[in-house]
Design a protein around this ligand. Structure first.
Ligand code: NAG
Ligand code: NAG
Ligand code: NAG
Ligand code: NAG
Ligand code: NAG
Ligand code: NAG
Ligand code: NAG
Length: 252
């Protein structure tokens, strides 16, 4: 029989709990987890765990990273997670979550924030409070989110890079007025209902290596110069009236 290794010291007891790729584990997340008050890392991923994300996880005040991705969790994201002071990474991708994103997530976190919520059924708007959060990575792709996502584009965030995937939602806002932050390294806005034009400043984003605004309702000239040579027509296809290279139709 395999035994779990003994912890090196008393302090290291129960700081990390990792349950990964164990598809035989099913049923709800047990209340006993909420008693592990020293946990800084909780990973339950690639299991058959189902039911709600319990609000007692908000009692794990030492948590810095929570990964419940690739399970069968349902219901909404509990607002109690916003009360965890140093939580800077949340991965709830690939579940069956519904409802809105709670407003104050990461509002207490002094650090860079990492949020993955892709492949769920989340609805509603991006909380306006997210304008104050320094996201290094935010993946909201493949949900049913709507409204204005421009709050995510604020300037002066204390982060080195920003990777943003908002693809395959129902976001609808005017992209013309958005001032993309200099740290943007990836921006996938494809398959939404975004309108207006592509801001000229995009050409100045030297860190930008992934850019996709295809399948929206954009119009006007594709910016040229700078780093725009990195992106081909597939980044711009299926819009209302975008024009100019690398698209085949010239601007009138
Ligand atoms: C948390 O850690 C402290 C010491 O580091 C220990 O005294 C306490 O029993 C631990 N609590 C739990 C629930 O493990
Ligand atoms: C949050 O992190 C800071 C800096 O690492 C630390 O001083 C503080 O005690 C932490 N707060 C909690 C509630 O763990
Ligand atoms: C979070 O989940 C996504 C799956 O959508 C995965 O690609 C990503 O690597 C995960 N991130 C971490 C840090 O576990
Ligand atoms: C989202 O909801 C639709 C309709 O209710 C359903 O068909 C689909 O399977 C759901 N997707 C996920 C990832 O739960
Ligand atoms: C988008 O905003 C710009 C100003 O930033 C404005 O000129 C334009 O008419 C707007 N487009 C639409 C479709 O509302
Ligand atoms: C791009 O950067 C150059 C050099 O810093 C600057 O002159 C220009 O105004 C910028 N363009 C836009 C659209 O911000
Ligand atoms: C942009 O997204 C579209 C739609 O998902 C896809 O077909 C295309 O390959 C993507 N282009 C790039 C450059 O990633």
């Amino acid at each position: 029989m395999r035994r779990l290794p003994s912890p090196a010291s008393q302090e290291e007891c129960y700081k990390e709990l990792v349950v990964h790729k164990l598809p035989a584990i099913s049923g709800p997340i047990p209340p006993a987890i909420g008693k592990l008050s020293n946990l800084s890392l909780l990973i339950i991923s690639w299991t058959a765990v189902s039911g709600l994300i319990p609000s007692f996880l908000g009692e794990l005040t030492q948590l810095t990273f929570l990964d419940l991705s690739f399970n069968s969790l349902t219901g909404s994201i509990p607002a109690s997670l916003a009360a965890i002071p140093n939580l800077s990474g949340i991965n709830l991708s690939r579940n069956r979550l519904t409802g809105a994103i709670p407003p104050l997530l990461f509002s207490e976190s002094p650090r860079e924030a990492y949020l993955w919520l892709s492949h769920n059924n989340l609805t509603g708007d991006i909380p306006p409070e997210f304008a104050a959060v320094g996201f290094s990575e935010i993946d909201l792709s493949r949900n049913a989110l709507t409204g204005d996502a421009s709050a995510l584009f604020g300037q002066g965030k204390p982060v080195h890079q920003i990777d943003m995937d908002l693809s395959r939602n129902g976001f609808s806002f005017n992209l013309s007025g958005v001032e993309p932050p200099a740290q943007l390294s990836g921006m996938d806005l494809s398959h939404n209902a975004i309108y207006g034009g592509i801001p000229a400043q995009v050409a100045n984003l030297s860190n930008l290596v992934l850019f996709n605004v295809s399948y929206n309702r954009l119009c006007g000239e594709v910016p040229t110069g700078g780093n725009m040579g990195r992106f081909d027509a597939y980044s711009y296809q299926h819009n209302k009236c975008l024009c100019g290279a690398p698209l085949a139709n010239p601007c009138q």
